[in-house]
Write a protein that binds this ligand. Structure first.
Ligand code: AMP
Length: 474
């Protein structure tokens, strides 16, 4: 996962990009970067760590220009080396280019091999550099960005939401299946394109709409125009964005994530056969699901665990041991709420099972009589190849285990997941328009030997549409 943003604004953009990245910090904590263009020079600054750790006022003041792109990184492909921090910047025939990408390609190696065969050198190990090369390859022939994006959409396989600065013109495009989110907004004196609507809110802006799957958008401070490059009857929006990854206050592809999570909680309560004394979330990821469970069941919502909000996510700790110890520092039980009680503990998902096991033992040590785990996703059975950092099948606790074996391993009194059908219902999106790969092991495009229901993509010719008419269809 990663968070991306592009802003064109009548004033300077570096501070706005900084605030937008702050709003997208949950999408990646490994590195942060900003590139801006002032008409002649491409300014760039990237570093290891959180947005607030990488930038300060003097750095931001030095990033000049009224257009720019930014990125927060959560590594999926590519090693954790500074060269891989984005935006990825280069010059081509005097044009200054900066690219930021969210997603994961499944044919990176193949494309890279083909470039290297021709003697092409690479500076990073990311798939973003492959996208940059494909764009340049086409720009070299036709000089047109539309052709370059068409070329990308024909050749790239996988998920990609991209923002790109080419000599001061801001472009954004989203893969034909719309796997990762991307949306556009109006700011007080310009435009923004970003992974999630919370970044539009952070600008005090107005949400316009999602970038459509297969669409290319061109923005400057005064205008936006869009062009449909590819069309797919059935997109494959990632269901995990709704379960866990996106911020609850974001609207992703027309759905408020918080509401989806509450509805998942309703379904969990409807399907349940226990009557615990209280419903308690695993903070913060299980809060909206737990509120939904409590609303539907009438069982009181009470926080049984308090989170130390000054710690990073346990998942990004470098080793298994560090991850395990971090949970205790991060979460403290509210003994007065849970001692002697039967608790329905609600979380968004179980991946490796490490977090659940530790949390259940914390709640039991605090005196809970019963700990019933209720999970806002179906069991995760298969890896994600399309941008969510998920382990291999062997490392997934439910990869090769039935529910009862998982329950025993995590030490819960009972364990229930929302069903796939209820989850789909909660999103309000047709199953045929979602990627459910991590739950079903069937992916929307062919990936190695995995099962696939390939979705047909058609390429369309057309021209840019501009003005409100192009944007008011949602
Ligand atoms: P675990 O079962 O120990 O692997 O941890 C699962 C918890 O980590 C979930 O409850 C989520 O809150 C969170 N989580 C799930 N998927 C991811 C991911 N791809 N990256 C970071 N955290 C995640």
């Amino acid at each position: 996962m990663c968070g991306i943003v592009g802003i064109a604004d009548a004033g300077g953009v570096s501070f706005s990009l900084y605030y937008a990245l702050y709003a997208l910090q949950h999408r990646g904590q490994e590195s942060s970067g900003i590139s801006t263009f002032d008409g002649t020079t491409l300014f760039k600054y990237r570093g290891h760590g959180l947005v607030a750790e990488v930038f300060d006022e003097s750095i931001l003041s030095g990033l000049l220009g009224s257009v720019g792109v930014g990125h927060v990184r959560y590594p999926t492909t590519g090693e954790r080396i500074p060269e891989n921090f984005q935006p990825f910047c280069f010059t081509f025939r005097g044009k200054h280019v900066a690219v930021a990408h969210n997603g994961n390609l499944v044919n990176t190696q193949e494309l890279r091999d083909a470039f290297e065969e021709r003697g092409q050198i690479f500076c990073t190990t990311t798939d973003t550099e492959v996208i940059g090369n494909l764009i340049v390859d086409e720009l070299r022939k036709s000089g047109s960005m539309e052709d370059a994006v068409l070329h990308c959409m024909r050749i790239l396989r996988g998920s990609y939401s991209v923002v790109m600065l080419v000599d001061g013109v801001l472009y954004a495009f989203r893969d034909p299946l719309g796997i990762r989110p991307l949306c556009i907004g109006k700011t007080p004196s310009g435009h923004i394109v970003c992974s999630e609507s919370v970044a539009v809110d952070a600008m005090n802006g107005t949400f316009i709409r999602d970038v459509k799957p297969g669409e290319l958008v061109r923005l400057d401070a005064n205008s936006i125009s869009c062009r449909q490059i590819a069309r797919c009857r059935h997109p494959a929006h990632c269901v995990f964005e709704y379960i866990y990854f996106a911020r609850a206050d974001s609207v992703v592809d027309g759905r408020l994530v918080y509401d989806v999570r509450r509805r998942i909680g309703h379904a969990l309560a409807d399907e349940d056969d226990i009557r615990p004394d209280l419903v308690s979330p695993v903070p913060d990821s299980g809060i909206a699901h737990a509120i939904g469970y409590s609303e539907q069941s009438g069982i009181p919502y009470r926080e049984g665990l308090m989170k130390n909000r000054y710690m990073g996510r346990t998942f990004i700790m470098p080793s298994q041991e560090a991850r395990e110890n971090a949970v205790r520092i991060k979460l403290n039980p509210v003994k007065g709420h849970i001692a002697g009680k039967s608790v329905a503990l609600v979380d968004d998902s179980i991946v490796r099972g490490t977090t659940s096991r530790r949390i259940i033992s914390i709640v039991r040590d605090a005196g809970a009589a019963e700990v019933h785990m209720r999970i806002g996703s179906p069991a995760i059975k298969a890896p994600c190849y399309l941008g969510v950092d998920m382990p291999t099948r062997e490392e997934l606790i439910a990869g090769n285990r039935e529910n009862e074996a998982v329950r025993e391993r995590i030490g819960a009194s009972s364990l229930r997941h929302v069903s796939i059908d209820e989850l789909i219902h909660a999103t309000g999106i047709e199953a045929s328009d979602l990627c459910l790969g991590c739950l079903t092991g069937e992916y929307p495009l062919s990936i190695g030997c995995e099962r696939c229901s390939e979705r047909r993509v058609d390429f369309v010719s057309g021209t840019y549409q501009s003005g409100l008419a192009a944007f008011d269809d949602r």
